[in-house]
Design a binder for this molecule. Sequence first.
Ligand SMILES: Nc1ncnc2c1ncn2[C@@H]1O[C@H](COP(=O)(O)OP(=O)(O)OP(=O)(O)O)[C@@H](O)[C@H]1O
Ligand SMILES: [Mg+2]
Length: 328
Amino acid sequence: MNTTAEEQGDLPTLDELRGRVADARARPSYGHDALIACDQLVRIFATDDVEVQALQGLDLTVTAGDLVALVGASGSGKSTLLQILAGLDVPTAGRASVAGCDLLGMGAKERLRYRREVVGFVWQQTARNLMPFLNARQNVLLPMQLRDRSVRASRRDRADRAAELLDLLQVGHCAERRPAQMSGGEQQRVAIAVALANSPSVVLADEPTGELDSDTSHLIFEAFRTVNRELGATVVIVTHDLMVAGEVRRTVAIRDGRAAAEVLRELTTDEHGQESVVSREYATLDRAGRLQLPREFLDALGMEQRVEVTLEPDHLGVWPEHPEPAAD
Ligand SMILES: Nc1ncnc2c1ncn2[C@@H]1O[C@H](COP(=O)(O)OP(=O)(O)OP(=O)(O)O)[C@@H](O)[C@H]1O
Ligand SMILES: [Mg+2]
């Protein structure tokens, strides 16, 4: 095949190609600067003769200090993801790391330390979060007492931290009460204090307001925002509540075991000093370049199976397939 000199001129030289390969190798790996990095995460539950793919190659990164809400339909894989991040379950395939800990490669001892020190967890069921026979103060002290002796704080420091956390979460008045003597909202705020006791890198919460009314839910979210702001804790919360999801900076929608879309909200100030929240919706582009388009957009233009994608200087165009020219 003959190629013109012009075409040949367009082809990169061998040295240029070598340079590109070297550049690609030198590029930092996916999620290298993220606190949480999930890469093509897969979790398959196999029971008798049925197989459920709860996570189907989920990619997600969370930066340190972020406050993220995960939303999605029932069965979309939210709890599965959270259980993996909490070190309570192991993915079938893919990679996941939190604060430098490889969630697939951890041994039993490391996993136990991970669950005690690297992550804090708040469950939906208020009763599951606290020891019923201990008061709030003793509940917050417990994870600190369970730490390895070599890293355990002094008795005095532990007591101070428990009191500070209860005060920060505005449940100082519950310090001497057992869970049965507190309201649901108070119990969840104490549960957040327990989750924070060992200053974990990440606090995870699965529907923490699921059993509470909307006013109390609002207070719980306020509590998460407080620990995020005041203590710099990274927080990931699963919620069904769209109102609540609207209160955080970043919302990630999980669909069919994958991260499908995100809403980012930013506080902006106009020229009159007026502050307002601007939210932008994004579709998630996975590592392989796959994009899930909103169903309603596809339906509106009757797009299915095939679309034409064109490269424009600053965006891509996605067009419905051209109808086949009618045969004579
Ligand atoms: N231990 C298990 N054994 C078998 N299937 C499971 C198991 N845990 C979850 N699944 C299945 O995996 C899928 C995802 O479940 P998951 O609990 O992660 O959903 P979710 O998004 O948290 O839903 P919800 O909003 O109802 O809590 C579902 O189809 C569920 O039936
Ligand atoms: Mg769930």
